[in-house]
Design a protein around this ligand. Sequence first.
Ligand code: PMP
Length: 371
Amino acid sequence: MKAPQQNLRTPGPTPCPDEVLDGMSQQMINHRGPEFRQLIDGLTDKLSRIYMTSGKVYILTASGTGALEAAVVNTLSPDDKVLAVSIGYFGDRFADIARIYRTNVTKLEFEWGTPADPEVIRKALQDDPGIKAVLVTHNETSTGITNDLESIAKVVKGEFGKLLLVDAVSSLGCVPLNTDQWQCDVVSTASQKGLMVPPGLSFASVSDRGWEAYKESTMPRYYLDLGSAHRYLDRGQNPFTPNVALLYGLDVALDMMLDEGMESVYQRHHEIADFTRAGVQKLGLTLLADDAHASDTVTAINNPEGVDCGALVEMMRTEHSVVLAAGQGPLQGKIFRIGHMGLVTREDIQEVLNALETSLTKLGYQLVPSN
Ligand code: PMP
């Protein structure tokens, strides 16, 4: 199949720069040889810089969920008390993973479309001193909300000294996340979002405290054993056969980001998000998130009254080659989402806005432009 020419604006996978695609189409190398060592050592160093950690970042051949599962199985034991903070679909997923592995999960849920309140997290930790770890989603892709991770970390780490496991799948490399300064114990992310690489790789950092928890953890683990990843990395290897092509692509993408400078990358994401939100509102549509918590990587738009958003998303794809995402879970049929992470320009977003205007009119929606 030949991939269609589309304006892919789902919140992952994101379009890959041509340089990344070109970088991937190279011959294989021996993953137990010196060439691979050079590749993985360079990647580890670059990932640590983007993660803002002096520790190592481990590369898993798995999608983002693999790195979330790795966070759980490498630091926790069955029956450990876990506070799973959820503001949407992916917060629920993190909680489910912890539950499946038989930890004792208390879910702290916030209304979808709102962020987690650090004060409520503080209260939950006060109420149950037995809690060992807190799970939190940095950027909730299902609702387009970014949690104030720094403030949450101040409570979880600064005040209570709990383990902090972070889902940064749709934030890392787009929104500042200072792994060491905020004392995040495991930060998990994936290749197909801000890192602009095809799906199939995920990443996890581990703090010193995280390694202490690793030693105590009795959870079964094999493929996702980060201790094993650490030992192999010392030899410049992965425990298992890695996806070398994706690693070639990652090398190019990380160079592009670091050459641009991370401050510029973050600023660019912030500006494109503002542009998206303003453009949507100019069409008279309303946003799920308030400005203070709206994500710089994905914008959730309330379903215009009387419009079937499934039909809208379908029309955008078939008639304009613009691919958006529908709502998930309880927000299905209530919102649609525009992804703007990684490689995205104002022109790409303008094309989405133009197509939205045309499609909504065609679907009979009376656009009420606001001034
Ligand atoms: N967490 C978040 C915040 C995500 O956005 C996603 C993917 N949309 C995941 C976890 C799961 O990642 P994957 O589909 O790569 O397993």
